[in-house]
Design a protein around this ligand. Structure first.
Ligand code: FES
Ligand code: FE2
Length: 337
């Protein structure tokens, strides 16, 4: 389900004209969830100010290409079709094979021409495309930390008027959790960086008097670049693990597409002895319920993101150390000046 922009998203954000924009970072960015890209379908998405055409061939493989046909420049996402393994241009029906080469025309020999591909991965139900400065190939991979069979079942998306780096920063900004989300937070171990990956472990729970006051969850966060945040939350009383994703793609200057996704899986080792596994429909219902909680919290963030500006030299206070750590780690994704 896609959400319309909340009211605040529609007004342009005030800037002082002096705060420099951050450039687009390199990395893996989710452009669709796998269900949107059925076999034989063609979609157009935006990444770093450019169109990207996604398509899925008859054998189920997904591809991403630059949008313009090398023959006379038609946009392949506007009327392009799939025939078997080939993407067919809508203008003169030249066909392009999965390796990008032109392999046929309706009449006469085909030219020596090639579509420019982008690198795609599919992980846990997300279609993720690499963006590299000057078209550099992938320098690292999205880690396979959730088992491949774990597939997102509940999703929600919106556009945010903020740079992608600001969205991923949210998980390291512990101070906003009680202020904005009414959540108590305890850092179990300091965040740890390993190349393009950053991990943190937090204990979270409601900070307002509710029937659930005593409930606390230990959450493991993984950031893989600035576009991929995954949280894993074991729920031993239910014998299940909740998998939450916040995947962000920079679509334009200060414009980011945010996709939230949730999956729930039964994990034998977390199930109390004698308890029968949850049924798949129960997993799906739990994932939907958790998604709606996550969406209501994300909307509180979106209100703030849409109106804030990026502070390149923030006046951090005691307790903000994780933000400084994150910003230092994030520098690796930008071209060196
Ligand atoms: S422009 Fe694509 S086949 Fe002519
Ligand atoms: Fe938040």
């Amino acid at each position: 389900m896609d959400a319309d922009l909340p009211e605040l998203c529609t007004r342009s954000r005030a800037t002082d004209g002096q705060t420099p924009d951050l450039p687009y970072p390199s990395g893996w960015f989710c452009l669709a969830h796998s269900r949107e890209l059925a076999r034989g379908s063609v979609l157009t998405r935006q990444l770093a100010g450019e169109d990207v055409v996604l398509y899925r061939t008859g054998d189920g493989q997904s591809y991403a290409v630059h949008p313009y046909c090398p023959h006379l420049g038609a946009h392949l996402g506007v009327g392009g079709t799939i025939e078997g393994q080939n993407l067919v241009c809508p203008f003169h029906r030249f066909a392009f094979a999965p390796d990008g080469s032109c392999v046929g025309t309706p009449k006469g020999p085909h030219p020596r021409a090639r579509l420019k591909h982008r690198t795609v991965r599919e992980r846990n139900g997300f279609v993720i495309v690499w963006y590299g400065h000057d078209d550099t190939p992938p320098a690292w991979e999205i880690p396979d930390t959730s088992p491949p069979e774990v597939t997102v079942t509940a999703t929600w998306a919106t556009d945010v008027h903020a740079h992608v780096q600001e969205l991923a920063e949210n998980g390291l900004d512990y101070r906003h959790l009680p202020a904005v989300h009414h959540v108590d937070v305890r850092q179990l171990v300091p965040p740890q960086a390993q190349g393009p990956y950053l991990r943190s472990h937090l204990r979270l729970g409601p900070n307002r008097p509710t029937a659930l006051k005593k409930i606390r969850y230990d959450v493991s966060f993984l950031l893989a670049g600035l576009g991929y945040v995954r949280a894993e939350i074991p729920v031993p009383p239910l014998g299940c693990i909740l998998h939450l994703w916040a995947v962000h793609a920079p679509t334009g200057p200060r414009l980011t597409r945010l996709l939230l996704g949730v999956a729930c899986t039964d994990i034998q080792r977390t199930r109390p002895a004698g308890r029968t596994p949850l049924l798949r429909p129960v997993h799906r219902a739990l994932a939907r319920a958790v998604l709606w909680t996550a969406v209501s919290k994300a909307k509180d963030d979106v209100r703030i993101w849409n109106a804030k500006r990026y502070e390149p030299r923030p006046r951090l206070a005691a307790g903000d150390e994780a933000i400084g750590f994150y910003r230092h780690w994030a520098r690796q994704f930008y071209p060196t000046p």
